[in-house]
Design a protein around this ligand. Sequence first.
Ligand code: GCB
Length: 596
Amino acid sequence: MLRTRRSPSRTVHNLDGVWDLQVDSANVGIEESWFAQNLANPRPMPVPASYNDVTTDNELRDHVGWVWYQRLVYAPRLAADDRLFVRFGSATHSARVWVNDTEVAGHVGGYLPFEADITELVSAGERFRLTVAVDNRLSWQTIPPGFVLADALGRDHQHYLHDFYNYAGLHRSVELYTRPAVAVTDVTIVTTIDGTTGVVNYTVEAEGASEVRVRVLDASDDEVASATGARGRIEVPHAQLWAPGDGYLYTLEICADADVYPQPFGIRTVEIKDKKFLINGKEFYFRGYGRHEDNLVRGKGHDDVMMVHDFELMKWQGANSFRTSHYPYAEEVMDFADREGVVVIDETAAVGLNTALWGGGGLMGGVGLPPTFSPGTINDATRDVHQAHIRELIARDKNHPCVAVWSIANEPDSGADGAREYFAPLIQAARDADPTRPVGYVNVGYATPDKERVADLCDLVMLNRYYGWYSENNNLPLAEKNLRDEIDGWIELVPDHPIIFTEYGPDTLGGLRDFHAWPWSEDYQVAFFEAYHRVFDDYPQVVGEQMWNFADFQTNAGIIRVDGNKKGMFTRDRKPKAAAFAVRERWLRLRDEQGS
Ligand code: GCB
């Protein structure tokens, strides 16, 4: 889906601000047509934000089910033949939308945009009532999965199989936008490099347009090439490439009859060759983090201030990449990564397809669950939802030069019966949607090479490992040995696959120092990373290190989490722990040695 962009033929009206919100305590709002009038008992709620931490009300924070957002909106005046759309950056996890009394949109999946054409339902210059019901429930047929169980008091609880708080609400901007009736509705740009020439292959969708013209504008807005037709190949002589640390962007300005749509893009290639990860034909080593969209008070609400600050911290540390663990991030973040030249492993929201990890022990709040892939858990219907989600993600993010890899899941039960049958069609779906980027999934610690059933279908191995934390705690020498042994196993299993470590790190209480570098101290985190990095440096097959996590983040309640997960190199309010400085030294050195 195209991002909203202003142009001579398009306007964008931002609807962010303080909306009305009402909790649907008994989940009866739809039956009772709450959309048909002003909410009876609303409270103020900022958009974008998670609603959970904004107030002091437990009922709202822990609510399972629907909440209702509402506001009045002036309908803008339209030029002749223009269409008016309402667009949501996301609604977590599912939503239904009404304009006055008419339902105009519904969407399932909490991290991707959706929109509706509302032209016929509103009158220019008059106000209409915009109502959005948002449901935070997860089931075995949602991505991510979860299940709701009532306790002995009859109160519903949402259980989920992932280690971050189930923040919900309108996390991203809500916009009205206008565009001509005949308009650009999609564009796909694929670039290659031929000597010093950038080759831009493009395909535009603009149903009903009698003429499509495109111009390539450089970063100074000067035209450097042009073409006509809905698809074509354009050569940009002496192209300035998009590269890690150098986010040079061109714009493909598309004119389809009266519509003008500017699509930024970068000229670059990504590929895996001879076990190396190449960007523009040059070896690339990933330095960075798994992250979360997570902040004080606003939860997962997008915030430009925090976004720019986080990128500043990443740059300060010498990072060149991150993974959108464990869901698609806001479009603003992807745009900014393009602009800053930060390389992204773009991940779906398929986290927690793993009852073995979450159902058993009890440490993570397990309640005893059936096998991961079974008719009553992750089944064919889940796979269909997962597949649709992969397609939606790639449709949204395909033109971002920052995106170097598709990660189609985090820590699924990849050694279990049914895993290969589940994943083979999904990996194929990702390849069909985008034949140009490597595809993989992120492997869980216990799905070691002897158990693994999916890795050979992928282009690379991505590993989350916690030797020295969840196992071999306080025994880094043994952790180091086991890590080496396991890498040897992967090299034997999939000798052509490069390996990226997508998670590794211990929980660390900011401010706790210890002469003996015990677990939970800042000193242990420093020693832990030193051990892992020593290992990585010995294996040319390892082409990246993304530690866990950029910053501390909120999780579900549980006996191994104290106000959240503390594996950040920065605290939740972005103060550096000792490891932030130690790793900075390494990453700046690697940056100098590796050139990006
Ligand atoms: C993992 C998960 C991540 C958790 C992390 C941890 O393997 O992918 O979501 O937060 O471990 O800290 O346990």
